[in-house]
Design a protein around this ligand. Structure first.
Ligand code: PMV
Length: 328
């Protein structure tokens, strides 16, 4: 019996300029480019084994058989790899997160980045970084940003070939830290795939998308020059713009909770007092507080005092996806 196996690890990422809405939903070609930072210390490890004696694909998540929906999404990516390589075997996919699942941290980015790397390697492909980023994008748009290292920009492109992510600076470029104020541990009520589909129903989406190249330019330059003040303003503006689109979609999506708003208001006060800190929120109520290493303890202490904050989870800039083992 032949089996082909590979293991890969990947980090989730937090976007400073957000991806929300697709020009082409089936290929996940985004309406606008985005910029993010990989989150070190938070890791998804995935092993893919194509086996001749397996009848159908199996997905084990954190030691348990995954739901039908999760398996279908994984199967779509395995099918892509099978189409490219001509391989016929079913696969066993085993995946584990070292960060608590259901903690409201975007796990799909790390999951599909690790799956794309492990599945393509196990099938005998040696994809370069742009090709791997494109493959990961098919599973979850933001996953394409978890392939390159450190601070990353997703070039939106206009077709499958031109839409992928590149590193704009390595992890050690800037000592930023993402302190996630967890106000709810449950998975989000409306997932991002559904959310992207609602974006065109908001009259604000066209304006958000038209202005995106300007925000990308400001954010990229602020990162490269380590200009925290400019970075903070553009990051908060971009998060607010995405949430304005969400709130004005039909049906409307409100991801913020009262505790999220309390943390956002406190962030503005702390920054006015001279602490380099800003907020950004994804499709959920947890608040990502971006600060620098010197201020992590202060921020953690202050944020824990806000009613509704359950705990914090902090991450420095992380490296790229990596293959940890492969054999046949
Ligand atoms: O990759 P998806 O489909 O889970 O979308 C991610 C959407 C946001 O997290 C809200 C923004 C982003 O750019 O990560």
């Amino acid at each position: 019996m032949n089996s082909y196996t590979a293991t890969a690890t990947a980090h989730p990422n937090i976007a400073f300029i957000k991806y929300w809405g697709n020009r082409n939903a089936s290929l996940r070609i985004p309406d606008n480019g985005s910029i993010s930072m990989n989150l070190n210390g938070l890791v998804t490890k995935t092993t893919v084994t194509f086996r001749e004696d397996s009848e159908e694909d199996v997905l084990i998540l954190n030691g348990k058989s995954a739901s039908y929906d999760a398996l279908q999404r994984v199967r779509s990516m395995l099918n892509l790899v099978r189409t490219i390589t001509g391989i016929k075997q079913a696969a066993c996919v085993e995946s584990e997160n070292n960060f608590p699942t259901g903690a409201g941290i975007a796990s799909s980015a790390a999951a599909f980045a690790a799956l794309a790397a492990a599945a393509s390697k196990a099938a005998g492909l040696d994809l370069d970084e742009p090709a791997l980023s494109r493959l990961a994008r098919h599973g979850s748009g933001s996953a394409c940003r978890s392939i390159p290292s450190g601070f990353v920009e997703w070039l939106p492109g206009d077709d499958d070939l031109s839409s992928y992510a590149i590193s704009i600076a390595p992890p050690q470029h800037w000592n930023l830290v993402d302190c996630i104020a967890i106000v709810r541990e449950l998975p989000k009520s409306v997932g991002s795939t559904t959310g992207h589909g609602l974006a065109p129903t908001s009259p604000l989406q066209a304006c958000r998308v038209t202005d995106a190249p300007r925000r990308l330019e400001i954010c990229r330059k602020a990162i490269l020059e380590r200009d925290f003040d400019t970075f903070a303003k553009i990051t908060e503006l971009d998060s607010n713009l995405m949430h304005a689109v969400m709130m004005t979609s039909t049906p409307s999506l409100f991801y913020w909770s009262p505790a999220s708003l309390k943390v956002m208001a406190a962030t503005s006060r702390w920054r006015a007092d001279g602490i380099p800190v800003c907020y950004t929120l994804d499709a959920g109520p947890n608040v990502h507080l971006i600060t620098t290493t010197e201020y992590v303890d202060t921020i953690k202490k202050q944020v824990q005092e806000i009613q509704g904050v359950q705990r914090t989870l902090c991450a420095t800039p992380g490296g790229p996806v990596s293959l940890t083992l492969s054999s046949d």
